[in-house]
Design a protein around this ligand. Structure first.
Ligand code: MN
Length: 256
């Protein structure tokens, strides 16, 4: 059972297994009561992540295949779909349309489409989704493939157009916000647009930074203060909103 009520913060997208000592990071989440969704970039990493998180109350593990790895690890799609049968949490998945990965977009779409189909068929799946340089394509695929109510999509570190974002909101998507987004003007526009009932926090550690060091899950606590300023609301209200949303997400996944 995952502990929402006692949690001091929520990190809905973190690569715990990419820090030098993943077990120590899990221990940090447990000690500091940061409810964390540990994403994986390949389904081969999923079993070990589950072992690290096995005895905790605050870390859930998602099985994924990062779009940047699809070109070289396409053959792991079958394993991903197999793991998905027993995992309520899925990610990191999605599309990356930035110049370095544009060439594999057709293959990325095939993999992402199959994951959406499988997750919708199983139901009760929470997906944390990458959409850099391909937000419109990601949202169009979600709308085309996944039946509303069968999956709960969370767009992580969203940086796409406002138009695509409106479509995503209409389709029930959540958004997880990190500190780096708050630091850019464009990120702030996005952060202000998110409806209260779709707002979550993340770090995407260790890929984001807090000062000069890589972010860690506990950084979400201080980030909520900055988020409250950007959204022009009170920190206590925002904390309650994020906690309610976290509860809704975990309920969807059958963890509450
Ligand atoms: Mn990530």
């Amino acid at each position: 059972m995952t502990e929402v009520t006692l949690a001091r913060g929520f990190d809905f997208h973190c690569h715990l297994d990419l820090y030098s000592d993943p077990a120590e990071m899990v221990a940090l989440c447990e000690k500091e009561k940061i409810l964390t969704l540990a994403v994986t970039t390949t389904p081969k990493a999923w079993p070990q992540n589950r072992i690290w998180a096995a005895n905790g109350r605050y870390v859930n593990v998602a099985v994924g295949l990062h779009p940047e790895l699809v070109a070289e690890r396409h053959s792991e799609t079958a394993l991903l779909l197999e793991c998905l049968k027993t995992s309520s949490f899925v990610g990191e998945i999605g599309l990356d349309g930035s110049p370095a990965h544009r060439a594999s977009i057709p293959r990325q779409k095939e993999v992402f489409g199959r994951v959406l189909d499988a997750a919708a068929a199983l139901g009760g799946r929470v997906l944390t989704i990458h959409s850099r340089g391909a937000a419109t394509e990601v949202i169009d695929l979600i709308r085309a493939k996944a039946h509303t109510g069968k999956i709960l999509p969370i767009l992580h570190w969203y940086s796409g157009s406002v138009t695509a974002m409106r479509k995503a909101i209409d389709h029930g998507c959540y958004f997880s916000i990190n500190g780096n987004m708050l630091a850019s003007e464009r990120g702030q526009v996005i952060v202000k647009m998110i409806p209260d009932d779709r707002l979550l926090t993340e770090t995407d550690g260790p890929f984001t930074t807090e000062g000069k060091r890589p972010s860690v899950p506990t950084d979400v606590i201080a980030m909520v203060k900055r988020l409250a300023l950007v959204r022009d609301t009170r920190e206590e209200l925002l904390t309650a909103t994020i906690e309610a949303n976290a509860r809704a997400v975990l309920q969807f996944a059958g963890r509450q």
